[in-house]
Structure formats: C-alpha cells, structure tokens
Design a protein around this ligand. Structure first.
Ligand SMILES: Nc1ncnc2c1ncn2[C@@H]1O[C@H](COP(=O)(O)OP(=O)(O)OP(=O)(O)O)[C@@H](O)[C@H]1O
Ligand SMILES: [Mg+2]
Length: 465
C-alpha cells in the first residue's frame, strides 16, 4: 500500500535479492523425475480415496426414487408391488428398518431384464438396438485440449450404461484420464490398444510375405513385438470396471510409443491400411457383437491414434466451448480432418482406379459439434452465432458448466457417480439434466443411424429375394 492508501499492483517493488533467496537451485533433467514422482504419490493418494479395500473403485447404490425416476420407466408403487410379489428378484437393502431401498447397478440391470421380459410391451425397458447389426463406434475428438472430450465421453458411456446398453470404452489418450475414471490398471503398452494395432500390421505383413514367397522373393521376418502381437486378442486387453456393463481398454504413457511406431510400419508395409486397423480387429474379435456402443476417447492431437479412432468411428462428436478461441481452433481441426482424410483417399484411389478396384471413401453416420461448459449468462451471443454458422452440425443442446463435475472429481467422476444426497436436490437435478440432455441428443444420432442401417439391410435382403 502507498502512503495515500492506494493498493499497488502485486508486481511492483519486488526485491531481486529477496526473489533470489526464494528461488531454489536450477532444475535439471532429474528435477522432472522428482516432480513426476511427487505428482504420482499425490495421484495415488487421491485415487485411493475412491477405492474400496481391495484397491478397486466401487460404484454407488441406486435408490428406488432414482430407478423409477431416471432408469426404468415405472410408477414407484408398481415397482414396489412387483418386487413384493417376486421375492426372487433383487430386493435392495436399506440403511434403516423400513428406510428407502437401495440397489447395486447389477441389481438394477436384473430388474430391467425382468421388466423387459414380463412387463408391458408398450414400454421401453430395454433400449433399441437392431438385431444382427454391429455396435456403433463413437469417437470424441478435438485437436484442442481441455474442451471436455474425456468428460463428455465418460458421461455418455455412463448414461448409456444406465440406459441399459453394454458399453466398451477405449482410451486412445496416453494421458490415461479415461482409464483413471474407470479405475483401469495398465502396466505398459501391452495392456492398451497397441498390440491390437500391431497385430493388424503383423497380419498384413504375413500376407505380404506369402505374396513375396509366391513370387520367389525372400520374406521379411517379423520382429519379436509383431510375433508376440499376433497372439493377442481384444479380449486380452479388455478389463472390467466398477460399472457392471462398462468395460475398458485402458491407456498409459507408453501408448504414446504408437505415434512413432505406426509411421515406421507404414514405411515398411506400404500397402498396410492403418485406418482400418481398429475396426478390423474389433470386428474380427467379435467385440462389435459383444457390445452395443464403443466409445473412443482421443488425445488433443491429430496423431495416428486419433486418425485410427476417427476412421473407425460411425459417429464423431467434437466438443468445444462457446469461446472465440475454441470456435476458431475447432474450425482448424475440421480443416485438418479434411486434408488428412482427403490425402488418404487420394493416395489409395490412385492405385484403386488403376487396378479397377473399389475406391476408398470415408463415411460417418453423423458428425456433431457439442458445446460444453456452457455459461448461458456470458456465452449466449457466441452460442447463437456458432449455431447460426454451424447449423445442424452443432448439437442443439448446450452442455452447461456444472460445478458438480469439478467437485466430484476427487472420489467419483461426474454426475452419474455422485450420490444425490450429497447435494441440494435442485442443484443435482439441474446438473444431471444437462448431461441427460447431452445423452439424449447423442441417442437420437445413435438410434437414427442404427435404424437407417436396419432399413438398408432389410432392403438388401428383399432385393435379393
Ligand atoms: N460441463 C462441464 N462443467 C464443468 N466442468 C467441466 C465440464 N466439462 C468438462 N469440465 C472440466 O473441464 C476440464 C477439461 O475437461 P476434459 O478433461 O474432459 O477435457 P479434454 O478435452 O478431455 O482434455 P484433454 O485435451 O486434456 O484430453 C476438466 O477439469 C473437467 O472437469
Ligand atoms: Mg481428455
């Protein structure tokens, strides 16, 4: 403060000698290791607070109120009556005699199956998925960091699971945020998608070797990694989570190695279609039959893993905040997507045309940008402007900034894992509603694209007969 009482800005009058005394010794490379170590200890401490005795995350219980309000379309008295007359069904547990009944998600799923089998056919107890058609793959991506990719993907995975779908989440980001959210344990790159991509390449190389031998040329031997990868199936890297109907292929720092390895493979095996790798492997291992929806969380970069994820996806969601910088950079992201996929198509189709083969044309069922962390009081104008320019490409629902998400972070992740009793009911209902609406907007795309496939498939069979 100066003599006349005005407060000076904090950057005036810093004494260089005092500043020097406050400073620690210069940081060397080892310094990074000790910072990393401190973070890792703190992280384990935080993570352990959301875990039970066995070191695994545990999902909260669901009350009768929540089940009949949000999960199974039933009137509460009817729900209670059905439980009373079916003692074999899960009865839930209560904390006090005659208190409210709480159920595990596993029990909720059993109840849902019961109502689907026995209940009114006019009600939607089990969500729509056309028979015989593969799971839909959904990528959540944006070049820009911190826009809500992981939060959106995690919340969608959880709401789809609560809605009764069987979900697989694949973490393609070596930061492993999604893996932490689902309590995944990954030792090294062999517990990630890496060996699956390696297997796809190895399979290609094996076929290329066969052709070499047929031409009387020497085969190119597969190295140890590739030989090992040939033995690995998707099921070997899929782990279960604390959600009974969400499984995970996790990520860990070593996954980043793929960004260096994949271009080397591309150089060695020019005919390898890396963009098909993920889809081919998931299809070959039956994953697309075992699950209803596969969510891919991607890193904030347009590297090889992201390209793989984007190429594999049927639905692409691009989260962004309603701010000038995020809008601007998202525009550039689409520009990059255009040039990347265009150059892959051009490269492939030159050869395809020469050989009279079918051309490669990437196609997505739907591409939507989604406004996240929206603050209606501040961002209304920008939101409307973005809506005007992006039209249908912008999802109509803006996902509100929800303080509950940040608060929940330490022990549980996001609104669906939080116990509503910890919050004011009004606050909870509002927070939940914005994510329920994000899910509803996504579910429209999902059902619409499945239905389109179903009708196409029916027309194909009718066309044949
Ligand atoms: N709707 C929301 N309300 C409040 N906070 C949010 C919301 N969505 C995301 N956040 C917060 O914003 C931050 C960034 O979100 P998130 O990690 O999902 O972004 P990301 O795009 O996956 O980041 P990265 O590029 O690093 O992978 C997180 O702290 C998250 O808790
Ligand atoms: Mg993320």
């Amino acid at each position: 403060m100066t003599k006349d009482g005005t407060i000076q800005p904090p950057y005036f009058n810093i004494d260089p000698d005092q500043a020097m005394l406050d400073l620690e010794a210069p940081v060397n490379t080892k310094g990074f290791a000790s910072i990393a170590e401190a973070c890792s200890r703190g992280r384990d401490d935080l993570a352990s607070r959301g875990m039970n005795e066995s070191g695994h995350k545990k999902l909260r219980l669901f009350s009768t109120w929540e089940i009949t309000r949000y999960l199974i379309p039933l009137a509460t008295p009817h729900f209670r009556r059905v439980l009373r007359s079916n003692p074999d069904l899960p009865q839930g547990s209560s904390e006090t005699d005659g208190g409210a009944k709480w159920f595990t998600l596993d029990e909720v799923l059993k109840l849902r199956a019961h109502f689907a089998a026995e209940g009114s056919k006019s009600k939607e107890y089990v969500p729509y998925r056309p028979k015989g058609l593969p799971a839909k793959i959904v990528a959540v991506a944006n070049f820009k960091g911190g826009v809500g990719k992981t939060s959106t993907a995690a919340h969608l995975a959880m709401s789809a699971a609560l809605d009764g779908y069987k979900v697989l989440v694949i973490d393609l980001d070596s930061q492993g945020s999604m893996t932490s959210i689902f309590g995944g344990k990954v030792e090294d790159e062999w517990g990630t998608v890496f060996p699956l991509l390696a297997r796809h390449y190895a399979t290609h190389q094996r076929q290329a070797n066969q052709s070499r031998m047929d031409r009387g040329e020497a085969p190119v031997p597969l190295d140890e990694t590739l030989t090992e990868a040939l033995k690995i199936k998707a099921q070997d890297v899929i782990q279960s989570t604390h959600w009974p109907n969400i499984d995970l292929i996790g990520a860990q720092l070593n996954l980043y190695w793929s960004e260096f390895q994949i271009p080397v493979w591309r150089m060695q095996g020019r005919g390898w279609k890396l963009w098909d790798a993920l889809t081919d492997v998931l299809e070959a291992d039956g994953v697309l039959d075992d699950y209803d929806i596969v969510f891919l969380d991607t890193p904030p970069a347009l590297g090889y893993l992201t390209i793989n994820g984007l190429a594999a996806s049927d639905i692409l969601l691009v989260p962004l905040g309603a701010s000038f910088l995020e809008f601007d950079s998202t525009g550039r992201f689409f520009d990059m997507l255009h040039s990347t996929f265009q150059s892959i198509e051009d490269g492939e189709n030159m050869a395809a045309r020469a050989l009279g083969r079918e051309e490669l044309n990437f196609e997505w069922d739907a591409v939507r940008t989604v406004i996240t962390r929206y603050d209606g009081a501040q961002q209304g104008e920008l939101g409307s402007l973005m809506q005007a320019y992006l039209g249908k490409t912008l999802s109509p629902h803006r996902q509100d900034f929800t303080a509950l998400i940040g608060q929940a972070g330490e022990q549980v992740n996001g609104i669906y894992e939080a116990d509503y009793r910890d919050f004011n009911r009004e606050t909870y209902a509002r927070g939940r509603q914005t994510f329920d609406e994000t899910y509803a907007a996504f579910k429209r795309l999902l059902l619409g694209s499945w239905r389109r496939d179903e009708i196409d498939a029916q027309e194909m069979t009718h066309g044949e007969t």
